[in-house]
Design a protein around this ligand. Structure first.
Ligand SMILES: [Zn+2]
Length: 297
């Protein structure tokens, strides 16, 4: 059949084109599904209601890290931890510590993780000084930290810290007003300070904080109760700090495994970070996110 023979290549060409279109559409659809799948766990129950710049950037990092700019260069890209829904900084390490639950309405307090595993946790507070170069420094060292930010330091500038969340840092609760007499406030005032900041961070960063650090560090049972009432899984203090360009230890003269280190966004940030990195390397510890180690969202 000449006619059939004549039309067959024509039909075949159209079928090929149609198949190519279907494959391309499927690939695009798959990428979209992957993007949504990557963003849902980290955003938990609020992701749908929020623009969530953090979740969006995490998604980008998971898909095409090279296309997301320098700040995402060291964003975690390993497998997603089912406990947290995040790309883990643990690098396969299985933590040997379990965070105690809230008991009798009181959030547990940790100042160091009691472990011999070679890990150290960096926490950076307040948010007073805001320089992209400080984030770049941490990126150069491949360090992620938990940021305990207070509203009075970041009000009007919260978007500055979306670069941090895009790079895999997590933002935690450090009250609204950073009142250094925090333990003398009433329970209701303490609760308003903690819950208010949790609401603010959830709205601005797309993730509700789960850790709380009282201004200056002191806490009472009332603070533990208020923190738990606001959904905090733990109060996090410290036993070592990097400040004024050097390390200070409450115990011993070096970083120990499981140490929680306090730092601040201050003018001397580069010197403080250098002191921390030197101590961390000397102690042979890996910097991992406290939230990853604790397995909290
Ligand atoms: Zn502070």
């Amino acid at each position: 059949m000449p006619r059939h023979l004549h039309t067959a290549p024509h039909v075949a060409r159209w079928i090929t084109l149609a198949l190519v279109a279907v494959v391309l559409a499927a690939a695009a659809f798959g990428a979209v599904r992957l993007a949504w799948g990557g963003s849902t766990p980290a955003g938990t129950d609020t992701a749908a209601a929020l623009p969530a710049p953090a979740a969006h950037s995490t998604t980008a990092a998971a898909g095409t890290p090279s296309a997301t700019g320098p700040t995402a260069s060291s964003a975690p890209q390993g497998p997603v931890d089912p406990r947290t829904g995040r790309h883990s900084t643990l690098d396969g390490l299985v933590p040997d510590f379990t965070l105690p639950p809230v008991e009798n309405g009181l959030a547990p307090v940790i100042t160091r993780i009691p472990t011999e595993q070679k890990v150290v946790f960096l926490t950076i507070d307040d948010g007073a000084v805001k320089r992209a170069s400080d984030l770049a420094l941490m990126e150069q060292h491949g360090i992620k930290a938990s940021l305990f930010l207070a509203h009075n330091f970041i009000a009007g500038h919260a978007s500055f810290f979306t670069a941090h969340t895009a790079a895999g840092f997590l933002i935690e609760d450090h009250t609204m007003s950073h009142n250094l007499g925090f333990i003398h406030l009433s329970y209701e005032q303490q609760k308003a300070e903690i819950c208010g900041m949790a609401d603010f961070e959830e709205k601005n960063f797309g993730r509700r904080p789960v850790l709380f650090r009282p201004p200056g560090g002191p806490y009472t049972m009332s603070v533990q109760r208020a923190a738990a009432a606001c959904g905090m899984k733990a109060i996090v203090d410290w036993e070592a700090k990097a400040s004024a360009g050097r390390m200070d230890y409450q115990v011993g003269h070096a970083l120990r495994p499981g140490e929680i280190v306090l730092m601040h966004f201050r003018p001397e940030f580069p010197a403080d970070l250098a002191a921390f990195v030197k101590a961390q390397k000397a102690a042979g510890l890996k910097v991992v996110l406290l939230e990853d180690y604790l397995g909290v969202k």
